[in-house]
Design a protein around this ligand. Structure first.
Ligand code: PAF
Length: 291
């Protein structure tokens, strides 16, 4: 029922709520977020709503997934707006833990994926996925969700969490959901709010580059370099755009492809001015999935 959302800030209280759900044999759908919610997050919430008895959304800007020179201190926040959107979406619990309760001063345990977190974003953000895997496991231990929902825009994050759940026998089903895009194709992201109007126009180069890759795949181009050159040249045609990486990788191992003859993931991180944006597209037979 819309209008009956509880807000829980205490870890102990959240665990008690979760245990009670399990004792009632109710399925909990969980959407972990860092807040500043947009339609991409709300699509995850709606999916969770349709597949579970109860829905929990967490809002927590997790310090351990930001590097020393990254945007933790300026990360956009809108607690009142988030709460209103989630109440309107009909969730059951908004979990907003304090950083001090989740990370005590003596915190020393982290979850690290040895292989997957080294590729792609892991090269320029070496501790990022360690922070993501650690907080997601902590939240899973508190919320005890049956199903947890993540967007495919953060494709590497989704694979990291799937592998972490597999490797550590976590009793939660991880469900990847389609990327939600603006009218011109730009993937929705809280970080889009950093872009000036001119940079926002330039940011469409990410989606354009992915569409170039999709066309080459449809034309059965086997050479990864043909994709990478064409994608890079589209990105570099914008004055403020600087690629961190543009890659064509295996969708599960995230290793670079030497030839494109089957499924591939076109994936990229691009700085538009100071804002680092990521996007990807699965290139798969028979037709590319509409991400
Ligand atoms: O995708 C995000 O918003 C974050 O990385 C997550 C999964 C909530 C962990 O902090």
């Amino acid at each position: 029922m819309v209008g009956s959302m509880d807000t829980i800030t205490s870890v102990r209280e959240m665990i008690e709520w979760s245990r009670f759900q399990i004792s009632c044999r109710k399925d909990t759908g969980f959407v972990p977020t860092m807040g500043y919610l947009h339609d991409g997050h709300l699509s995850l919430v709606n999916r969770a709503r349709s597949e579970n008895d109860s829905v929990v959304v967490s809002v927590f800007v997790n310090p351990t997934q930001f590097g020393p020179n990254e945007d933790l201190s300026v990360y956009p926040r809108d607690p009142d707006g988030d709460s209103a959107k989630l109440e309107a979406a009909g969730i059951d619990v908004l979990f907003v833990p304090e950083a001090g309760e989740l990370y005590s001063p003596s915190h020393e345990t982290f979850v690290e994926l040895e292989r997957l977190s080294r590729h792609l974003c892991g090269k320029s953000r070496p501790l990022h996925f360690r922070g993501v895997a650690t907080i997601v496991l902590k939240l899973f231990n508190i919320v005890l969700p049956t199903n947890a929902y993540f967007g495919s825009k953060d494709y590497q994050q989704l694979q990291v969490i799937k592998n972490m759940v597999r490797d550590l026998n976590v009793n939660t089903m991880v469900i990847g959901c389609p990327t939600i895009r603006e009218h011109d194709g730009l993937a929705m992201s809280s970080r889009n709010s950093y872009l000036s109007p001119d940079q926002r126009k330039q940011a469409i180069c990410l989606y354009d580059a992915l569409m170039i890759a999709r066309r080459l795949f449809a034309a059965r181009e086997p050479d990864p370099n043909a994709y990478l050159q064409a994608m890079k040249s589209r990105v570099l045609s914008e004055p403020d755009a600087l690629p961190d990486y543009i890659s064509l990788v295996h969708p599960e191992t995230l290793e670079n492809l030497t030839t494109v003859n089957y499924n591939a993931l076109a994936v990229m991180a691009v700085r538009i001015g100071k804002t680092r944006l990521i996007d990807n597209m699965l290139l798969a037979e028979p037709a590319s999935r509409n991400q």
